[in-house]
Design a protein around this ligand. Structure first.
Ligand code: HEM
Length: 253
């Protein structure tokens, strides 16, 4: 697979044999820039996969709200005790936070460097290229990423530290969530909806790109990757949005 990943246009070696031909020269080494772009794409794919795993685990945990206040609060308490007694309380949570911070920073740094390189490689736009190209998801990766980042900062101040939450009681996350999405605070639900839909678009394109980076090349594989990316994104968006809308409509109170 690595061989396939390192195949860069312009460095292909002529392997045909001719009589009296000079002995074949060793393959030209792949340019360092191209190789580091491959490493950056791998970093994007691996950090992206870590973030997707967190997103699905967090969504599954949130769905516990439909079981009831006690189950949801118990689940939140359990998150703080994972790994005990081997680890002191909350250590796992802090390890996870460190991992997520590394993944988010790595993802953003790699994306920024790759975008800059792409712009440098073609400073003049293709004259024949229409302005609107690629899928909606592909065109909104950068702004989608910014919205998601702002959302995560707001969300932590809202439901983790409680600073922006009307209840803000860390021992009772069920009460925090219900207060958060009360009908009178419809604008909070609106902001969450915008952020979660952005995550859906980001994820759809991200999963598809990661499959390519990790070696997927065939047309059939591409169709399958597109379908998987779409299904996973729809499941994620529906799972996340079910919570605020259940509170908004009074299903969860
Ligand atoms: C829209 C529905 C969502 C709900 C109802 C929700 C609910 C919660 C709650 C209750 C907490 C606090 C858990 C606790 O400290 O006990 C939390 C923390 C968190 N959520 Fe969400 N969340 C939602 C969406 C998201 C999304 C889309 C993301 C990521 C983009 C996200 C990322 C996080 C993070 C990073 C934390 C902090 C975890 C920590 O304390 O280390 N959440 N969420």
């Amino acid at each position: 697979m690595l061989q396939r990943l390192l195949t860069v246009p312009g460095v292909a070696v002529d392997t045909r044999t001719r009589p009296n031909a000079a002995p074949a020269r060793p393959a030209k080494p792949v340019r360092r820039g191209a190789r580091s772009s491959v490493a950056l794409k791998l970093l994007m794919a691996v950090t992206g996969i870590l973030l997707v795993l967190f997103l699905f685990a967090h969504m599954a945990g949130n769905l516990k709200i439909f079981v009831g206040a006690e189950a949801f609060d118990h689940y939140a308490h359990w998150l703080r005790t994972i790994g005990t007694p081997l680890l002191p309380e909350q250590w796992y949570l802090w390890i996870q936070r460190a991992g997520l911070t590394f993944a988010v920073l790595g993802h953003i740094v790699a994306a920024t460097i790759l975008a800059r390189r792409a712009r440098k490689a073609r400073p003049v736009r293709y004259a024949h290229r229409p302005k609107v190209q690629g899928s909606y998801a592909a065109r909104t990766m950068r702004w989608g990423g910014v919205i998601i980042l702002l959302f995560v900062i707001y969300h932590i101040l809202d439901l983790t530290t409680g600073d922006l939450n009307p209840v803000g009681d860390s021992a009772h996350p069920y009460a925090n969530v219900v207060a958060d999405f009360a009908p009178g605070r419809w604008y909070v639900t609106l902001f969450y909806t915008l952020a979660v839909v952005s995550i859906g678009f980001h994820l759809r394109h991200g999963i598809f790109s990661a499959a390519r980076t990790l070696g997927q090349r065939t047309a059939r594989g591409e169709r399958r990757a597109r379908a998987i990316a779409l299904v996973l994104s729809v499941v994620l968006v529906a799972g996340y949005l079910s919570v605020p809308f259940a509170v908004l409509t009074g299903l969860v109170k």
